[in-house]
Structure formats: structure tokens, C-alpha cells
Ligand binder design. Structure first.
Ligand SMILES: *[C@@H]1O[C@H](CO)[C@@H](O)[C@H](O)[C@H]1NC(C)=O
Ligand SMILES: *[C@@H]1O[C@H](CO)[C@@H](O)[C@H](O)[C@H]1NC(C)=O
Ligand SMILES: *[C@@H]1O[C@H](CO)[C@@H](O)[C@H](O)[C@H]1NC(C)=O
Ligand SMILES: *[C@@H]1O[C@H](CO)[C@@H](O)[C@H](O)[C@H]1NC(C)=O
Ligand SMILES: *[C@@H]1O[C@H](CO)[C@@H](O)[C@H](O)[C@H]1NC(C)=O
Length: 239
């Protein structure tokens, strides 16, 4: 679905960067995004404080463009930290202070069981003591996270013979204890994305939003975003 041409890619990437830089300088330092993964549902006991021993992914970076991480490759790999270098995605002639991309870190990797079914998640993207309304839970955050049932951020469920399963998105600043969700599948990959540009921030951001081809449009109670976002996302995914 290549609806964005190479020419507009640079423009989009640049636009996103200006937003990122803006967001970063505004917030009280760069905020960590933390994703913790569980085999059991956390929805009744969603607690960042009480789950420090869980398998986790952290980043303080705001990506320039989307990046998909394969779950097994990441946690089953031999590294606890890494950097996804996105500097080549900068528009020509542009430079920025600092690295462009995603510095990531894993926690409790020794607990990883590749045969286990990690189907639940705690998402935390929280600004502590934010004075501004802009950084309160429920407002658009600096990055978005989308969870997939298939490798390489595919909606094709790896554990099913055929058919697609929904993807699940988070994109708001979270509660201090995080926001939790359970997928009806083993998580195979997740995408870390820059925030929408402010001009595209219509409607509500995602709090465990259930979307994708498998979800009938507007049929789910989880759906909290408008049509505009599907369009914006489609453009990002095409990059
Ligand atoms: C953010 O994450 C990094 C890397 O995991 C960690 O070293 C740092 O302490 C975290 N910062 C906060 C404020 O939690
Ligand atoms: C964390 O665990 C403690 C002790 O079990 C409990 O009192 C507290 O309510 C829990 N916090 C959350 C947010 O669930
Ligand atoms: C880590 O894994 C990568 C990819 O599988 C491999 O190329 C690299 O040599 C490994 N490094 C170490 C220190 O084992
Ligand atoms: C990212 O890639 C660019 C261009 O290839 C390189 O100049 C830069 O040093 C890399 N940054 C990091 C942190 O590896
Ligand atoms: C993984 O767990 C989820 C949630 O309990 C379940 O719906 C799904 O069928 C499980 N998948 C596998 C491959 O066991």
C-alpha cells in the first residue's frame, strides 16, 4: 500500500521531526516509554510499581519514523540495548543535535521464555508532575505503540491457519501506573511510532484501541479514534 511517494517521505519525516523536537523541548526532559509483557492479564491490577520484574522494553527516544520490533528476535537475541539508526530518513540538508532513531533497552531478559504466550501488556508513557494540561493522561503522547499478532507488524496471526487479527494501539500519555491491555493472541511484534503532527490530532488518542482489517469499522467499544487517524497511520505504515 504505497500511497506515499519517495518525495513526500522526506517531507513527512521532517514534519515529524519538528514535532518531536518541539515535544521533547516542551516536556520535562525526554520521557521513557515502557512496555512490559505478561502471560497473564493485568487489566484488573494494572500497576507499573508492582511489575518491575516483568519482561520489558524501554526507550527514551522519539523516533523519526515507524520502526517494527519482532518480539522473539528482540527478547531472544543476545543484546539488552540497541540503537535503530534513522538518520538516513532525515530530509536532505537537515541535521539535528543528538541521535536520530531509537535507543532501546530491555529489562529482565533472563526471564524470557520463547515458548510462552505473552499476550498482555502494560504501557506507560507518563509525565511526572506535569503542570500542563497537554501532558495529562488521555492527551496525545510523544509516541504511539501498535501491537501485532504476526511478525514484521503483520495482522496475519502467526498462530492461526488463516485470517487476520486486530492490532492494538496506545498513543496517549498514560496514567502513572500505566495502561494495560490483553490481546487475544501471542504478541509477535510491535511498532514504535512518532506522535501525530499536531494538526492531525483530531478526536481522541489511543488507549488500547482495537483496530485493523479484522475489526469491523466502528463496531468495537475499544475504538476511540476517528477516520482521520486510519488515513494518517496508513501513510506512516507505507513509509
Ligand atoms: C529511562 O530508561 C533508561 C533505560 O532503560 C533508564 O536507564 C532510566 O533510568 C529511565 N529513566 C527513568 C526516569 O525512568
Ligand atoms: C501493589 O502491591 C501492593 C502490595 O501488594 C498493593 O497494596 C498495591 O495496591 C498495589 N498497587 C497497585 C497499583 O495495584
Ligand atoms: C548477536 O547476534 C547477532 C545476530 O544474531 C550476531 O550477528 C552477533 O554476532 C551476536 N553477537 C554476539 C556477541 O554473540
Ligand atoms: C547513524 O548513521 C549515520 C549515517 O550512517 C552515522 O553518521 C551516525 O554516526 C550513526 N549514529 C549512531 C549513533 O550510530
Ligand atoms: C495466547 O493467550 C491468549 C489470551 O489468553 C489466547 O487468546 C490465545 O489463544 C493464546 N495463544 C496461543 C498460541 O496459545
Amino acid at each position: 500500500m504505497h500511497i506515499v511517494t519517495a518525495g513526500t517521505t522526506a517531507v513527512l519525516a521532517l514534519a515529524s521531526l519538528s514535532h518531536s523536537v518541539h515535544a521533547e523541548s516542551d516536556a520535562t526532559n525526554s520521557q521513557n516509554l515502557t512496555l512490559r509483557f505478561f502471560q497473564d492479564s493485568q487489566e484488573d491490577s494494572c500497576s507499573y510499581t508492582n511489575t518491575t520484574s516483568a519482561l520489558a522494553f524501554t526507550t527514551s527516544s522519539i523516533p523519526l519514523i515507524n520502526h517494527c520490533f519482532n518480539f522473539e528476535e528482540l527478547f531472544g537475541g543476545n543484546s539488552s540495548t540497541g540503537f535503530v539508526n534513522q538518520s538516513r530518513n532525515l530530509a536532505p540538508g537537515y541535521s539535528v543535535n543528538g541521535d536520530v532513531g531509537i535507543h532501546w533497552a530491555l529489562q529482565n531478559r533472563d526471564s524470557y521464555d520463547s515458548s510462552a504466550n505473552y499476550s498482555s501488556i502494560l504501557y506507560r508513557q507518563h509525565v511526572v508532575n506535569s503542570g500542563s494540561e497537554k501532558y495529562k493522561p488521555g492527551q496525545f503522547g510523544d509516541r504511539r505503540v501498535v501491537i501485532y499478532p504476526g511478525e514484521d507488524c503483520s495482522e496475519k496471526d502467526d498462530s492461526k491457519e488463516k485470517g487476520l487479527s486486530p492490532w492494538y494501539g496506545f498513543g496517549c500519555w498514560s496514567e502513572s501506573e500505566g495502561d494495560c491491555g490483553s490481546m487475544p493472541y501471542k504478541i509477535a511484534s510491535f511498532n514504535i511510532q512518532p506522535a501525530l503532527e499536531e494538526k492531525d490530532e483530531k478526536g481522541k488518542c489511543w488507549v488500547f484501541a482495537e483496530r485493523g482489517a479484522a475489526v469491523h469499522f466502528h463496531s468495537s467499544s475499544h475504538v476511540v479514534v476517528g477516520a482521520m487517524f486510519s488515513v494518517a497511520l496508513a501513510m506512516w505504515l507505507a513509509l
